[in-house]
Design a protein around this ligand. Structure first.
Ligand SMILES: [Zn+2]
Length: 250
């Protein structure tokens, strides 16, 4: 049985039998894996505290021929959302966001195909989160970059209809997934203001640890949240459970 070690992001877990858990994790070098953590539900388990969604960890696992499930030898946490949550004033919201980020990565990570850019995005977002980056800005940044990496974020350089600049803001029409300038958007839709577009342009060339210095007021933040929710729903063909929980928390 070949054994592999890799840095990984823990995405989710579920129960297996009486005492075990299945752990879904994104490795840096070999894509998304599903593995059995033996005894993880026992009181004295070596996996205690290592399986929270969005934990970054060193993982060692055995891959067995012709089996989908790997067997996890150990998980050594490097950054844990539990520590992050303790530092945020709004604990429930921070924990909810950790779940949300992990679910987004899980939905978008291809099974068994390496996607190092996705790994690096998730990893840098955990670091910024741990260092106290503003949670709402971090969420809009993460959605923006995730959709860009998949090649499905609408173009921001010019209106696809008339080629004009988005100098008065943009609108995402009701049944579409692109932005139009306000002159072309005659039938309404989700408005994205100049302030919101400015945030996106800054986010396009910034790392997430710079977010504290990139302004985003509540109203333009809300516009981006709505536009991104629509893009995510259309491209994943579903509404994420963790996103619903976050909305209920508010
Ligand atoms: Zn136009």
């Amino acid at each position: 049985m070949p054994v592999y070690t890799s840095d990984a992001l823990i995405l989710r877990t579920y129960k297996l039998g009486e005492a075990d858990r299945i752990v879904v994790f994104l490795t840096r070098d070999r894509g998304k894996k599903r593995g059995v953590a033996k005894g993880a539900r026992r009181a004295k388990s070596k996996f205690t505290g290592a399986l929270e969604s969005l934990t970054r960890a060193g993982v060692a696992y055995y891959e067995r021929e012709l089996r989908d499930l790997v067997r996890i030898n150990y998980i050594e946490p490097q950054r844990s959302p539990l520590a992050i949550v303790a530092r945020h004033a709004e604990n429930a919201s921070a924990l909810g966001h950790a779940e949300y980020f992990a679910e987004l990565i899980d939905e978008w990570a291809p099974e068994g195909h390496a996607d190092e850019r996705l790994y690096r995005l998730g990893s840098s977002v955990i670091d910024a989160f741990a260092d106290g980056a503003p949670t709402d800005r971090l969420a809009r940044y993460f959605e923006f970059w995730l959709l860009r990496l998949q090649g499905v974020y609408p173009q921001l350089s010019a209106c696809p209809e008339c080629g004009g600049a988005f100098d008065g803001g943009a609108v995402m029409p009701l049944r579409d997934t692109h932005y139009l300038c306000r002159r072309c958007a005659t039938a309404g839709g989700t408005t994205v203001s100049v302030e919101a577009l400015r945030f996106l342009r800054s986010a396009a060339s910034a790392s997430p640890d710079a977010l504290a210095a990139i302004p985003l007021e509540a109203a333009p933040g809300r516009e981006l949240e709505l536009a991104h929710r629509r893009l995510i729903q259309v491209h994943l063909d579903k509404d994420l459970k963790s996103a619903r929980v976050l909305r209920q928390l508010r």
